[in-house]
Design a protein. Structure first.
Lengths: 114, 113
């Protein structure tokens, strides 16, 4: 089955630690995205990548880093520089090109900083 | 800059009632796309519909219908005869021709039995 997988589903981190969230897709999509969702709020874009080995900052990139070494993978690292990392993180992908293509989402990772 | 407003933060209805979720958008582009997504308690966003700015025809899919009006910059979503399984957070989103998606804050719909 084609889709997007994110792991782990729940993640706990101590303050000061870096942590990496996994996102894998087998939809053969060029573009991939990371969003952050806080309670009662919409989705805010952290980083996106339109093609392998290239990525762009979104609206709230500070304290996060990404890599895009393979088309199917777009891991997100939450660094210790992110002051308030507790949130729900969603990964998405879509066929690159015009803005008219819908994004497909993974099941999300809930990160809690202890 | 593009912007999406979902003024209704939470809506609660009783099963079988009709409910309309409002979405108002702002854009300077003439070519743009509007989307609705459903986020059930599991967390994954589920795509419901896409409309482009050149197609103002309303659409119906089962109990779901969408009303796109460029004159009022609105793209409202109506659920007819709501069911408990419709309980979720619903997001409206806007994407300009070569830009990425911008989401509204979402409307939490609770359907009570």
């Amino acid at each position: 089955d084609g889709g997007i997988t994110q792991s782990p589903k729940y993640l706990f981190r101590k303050e000061g630690q870096n942590v990496t969230l996994s996102c894998e897709q087998n939809l053969n999509h060029d573009a991939m995205y990371w969003y952050r969702q806080d309670p009662g709020q919409g989705l805010r874009l952290i980083y996106y990548s339109q093609i392998v080995n290239d990525f762009q900052k979104g609206d709230i990139a500070e304290g996060y880093s990404v890599s895009r070494e393979k088309k199917e993978s777009f891991p997100l690292t939450v660094t210790s520089a992110q002051k308030n990392p507790t949130a729900f993180y969603l990964c998405a992908s879509r066929i690159s090109g015009t803005g008219g293509n819908e994004q497909f989402f993974g099941p999300g990772t809930r990160l809690t900083v202890l | 800059a593009q912007k999406v407003t979902q003024a209704q933060t939470e809506i609660s209805v009783v099963e079988k009632e009709d409910v309309t979720l409002d979405c108002v958008y702002e854009t300077r582009d003439t070519t743009y796309y509007l989307f609705w997504y459903k986020q059930p308690p599991s967390g994954e966003l589920v795509f419901l519909i896409r409309r482009n700015s050149f197609d103002e025809q309303n659409e119906i899919s089962g109990r779901y219908s969408w009303n796109f009006q460029k004159s009022t910059s609105s793209f409202n979503f109506t659920i007819t005869a709501s069911q408990v399984v419709d309980s979720a957070v619903y997001f409206c989103a806007l994407s300009e021709a070569w830009d990425d998606m911008r989401f509204g804050a979402g409307t939490r719909l609770t359907v009570k039995p």
